[in-house]
Design a protein around this ligand. Sequence first.
Ligand code: ADP
Ligand code: MG
Length: 337
Amino acid sequence: MTVTETEVVLEAEGLTKHFPVRRGVRDLLSREHKVVHAVDDIKLTLRRGRVTALVGESGSGKSTVARLMAQLYGRTAGEIRLHGESITVRGGRKFRAYARRVQMIFQDPFASLNPTHTVRYHLTRALKIHGRAGDLEQNLRNLLDQVQLTPPERYLDKFPHELSGGQRQRVSIARALGADPEALLADEPVSMLDVSIRLGVLNLLRDLKERLNLAILYITHDIASARYFADETLVMYAGRLVEGGDSETVTQNPAHPYTQLLIDSAPDPDRLGELSRPEDQAGGEPPSLIAPPTGCRFHPRCVHAMPKCSTDLPPRFELPVQGHWAACWLYEEGAAK
Ligand SMILES: Nc1ncnc2c1ncn2[C@@H]1O[C@H](COP(=O)(O)OP(=O)(O)O)[C@@H](O)[C@H]1O
Ligand SMILES: [Mg+2]
């Protein structure tokens, strides 16, 4: 099956977020309004029954993309479409209606669960907020079954600190499923978990994707896990997408020099997650996002940089494999490779 075949759930186009920089006394005297260019001109499409990975090093803007897609942040520019319909919500009832269909899973399950409340409380609340309480006991059991916390009665009255990290993340996933969503935005859902249980949680998400026909955005700094888990992979650098395509092609045949650097510095995919920690960064330093490099943002670190790379922003160039593209001047027709 190609990437284009299933129904589109959620799309972003031109998605941009600039955060104002807190101004010091000196800045107050100048007329400049500095901003952090966290996310610029992102285009992405989430489809039913598909995992789309968003890969990039720490600080590249991945979480900001997830929060924009979840409508937790207002955007500076761009459009978000749910089933083709442009939608902007800021809090209130409209937000709740949106969140029923688009749920987020956070990196740190301990921080996202309230330590003073039990599993039962968290899941009941999610079901009630989204009007799905119905036969509450049965629905609670179903949610825990779905995330393979069985038998459910062993977990329902536990507090977050009584669970392992993996079990807590499963509760967070169950809570998200309480809304019966169409899309899950999973922001580094396994990067805080012990290596030995990461695969189990990814396999659970994959199983849920298939059984519930979910569209999943999988955010990670670990390109090896994208290859394992995602159908499509998008690579982000310093707030911009630089490459995309089916995961197999992007990881086996990376076109953008940044993707190549990520792959070269990634651990062996057969030992998924063993060496991968957020602090494992590709060589060189990511740029300042207050004054990002002109042209291609990667050019100061790029071994192939040409003069125009520092002046002109590269558009997406289509590559031979269908759906594979790179925003890199190396792929301009007639460019010397
Ligand atoms: N609320 C905020 N206010 C100001 N700057 C922010 C805020 N959130 C993120 N940033 C900045 O935006 C950039 C991208 O951050 P983030 O989206 O968290 O990246 P990632 O998830 O890839 O590590 C970083 O430079 C970060 O410091
Ligand atoms: Mg993040």
